[in-house]
Ligand binder design. Sequence first.
Ligand SMILES: NC(=O)c1ccc[n+]([C@@H]2O[C@H](COP(=O)([O-])OP(=O)(O)OC[C@H]3O[C@@H](n4cnc5c(N)ncnc54)[C@H](OP(=O)(O)O)[C@@H]3O)[C@@H](O)[C@H]2O)c1
Length: 426
Amino acid sequence: MLDGYHILTLTHRNAPLEAIGQAIVPADDAQQRLCELKSRFGWSELLYLSTCNRVMYLFYSPSAVDETFIGEAVSLIRPGLAGSEVAFIASRMRLLHGAEAINHLFEVAGSLDSLVVGEREIIRQLREAYDRSHEWGLTGDHLRLLMRFTIETAKEIYSQTGIGEKALSVVALAFMAMQKANLAKDARIVMIGAGQTNELFSKFLLKNGFQHVTIFNRTLEKAETLARSFRQGRGLPFDALEHYSEGFDALIVCTGATQAVVTPSLYRSLLAGEDSRKVVVDLSVPNNVDKSILSLFPVRFIEIEDLRNTARENLAHREREKIKAEAIISQRIYAFRELWHERQIERSLAHIPDEVRSVKERAIEEVFAKDFAKLDPAAQELVRNMMGYMEKKCVAIPIKAAKAIALQAQKRAMASKELQENASRK
Ligand SMILES: NC(=O)c1ccc[n+]([C@@H]2O[C@H](COP(=O)([O-])OP(=O)(O)OC[C@H]3O[C@@H](n4cnc5c(N)ncnc54)[C@H](OP(=O)(O)O)[C@@H]3O)[C@@H](O)[C@H]2O)c1
């Protein structure tokens, strides 16, 4: 069955984004920590996903899993956290098993569980998370099969429901919030980070006529490339931030750093003596702007946590489509169960083709070798063709029979589970 699949997750539904930020595996040694996590708890496969509104560990474990490991897992991933922080994060995490875990994964991929329901960005994030975990040697056949099926499920949801129509995104909501500040089109915008999120933010800036944009990034080339889209765009190295003295009207901050990038002293130096109220957009999780600047300087601050209410309004419009998507997910879980069983049978019978081939070769080369040698070339060719035909048919017979038996067993198990559930409901 699917009982080997599990998900341990912390999402915007159960925790503030600040706690999610604390649970993110720091990029510098993510591979090593995840490998440790996998081997410490004896998981055979692991996929790690972090987005702005969740961290998720999808793992396959050959033995049963209960909640006792969660605190230790959080400490292993973020050893710097205090005991109370670990306890808080662990208490807000959800541990899901088997079909429930797969249901959750499909909901995440179909963007039903996102902060902004319908945002397709999650498919790219999931794909990248899988590719990274695969590259790091964390995944295997169970997760490969599940991920392929998950992406197909998400595509089905987007194509057969209106869940992603006129989709909003966290970035779009943040931009809309910024627009409420009525910035002039020639506002001086300073951007920190040149990753996917700021690239998306830049598209909104461009579309709305903002051209005066200075971008700072660790990799200078990325800052320069992004800056080229603006008439008055400039790309500068990240280290040059502390010497920047031209002031700004809006500061857009979004990097993968897991600590504050904009400290009060850096903020003061960026102000370059100006004392007007500035707009600061921080889309990073965890926040990259030290929030003590809010009490020290006049700031209109926008962060993802503030966007929850607007995101809820977006969800209300999509409620009907969500119900359709959930129906698709129920069917897909059933289909995945079948696929998974077929795959296990294929794996357990993988040795049969080789065995049948070696029987054929032994028949010709050893058991009937003398008689075979007496045949003329045309007869030998005929015997070889007949044996080849038999080989193919013989390989297919046990696989087909085993699949039929497994399907029957699966149907019986499902029916008895349904009976049990009905009985417990009465
Ligand atoms: N993707 C989304 O839809 C989305 C939406 C909202 C919020 N977010 C949040 O935005 C943040 C970045 O996500 P992303 O998708 O934009 O990531 P990304 O495409 O991987 O880009 C990361 C950016 O951060 C920079 N960076 C990484 N570590 C840094 C460090 N220690 N110091 C300074 N710069 C650093 C990178 O610089 P280099 O180019 O030099 O590597 C790059 O510019 C995350 O906190 C994420 O949760 C993402």
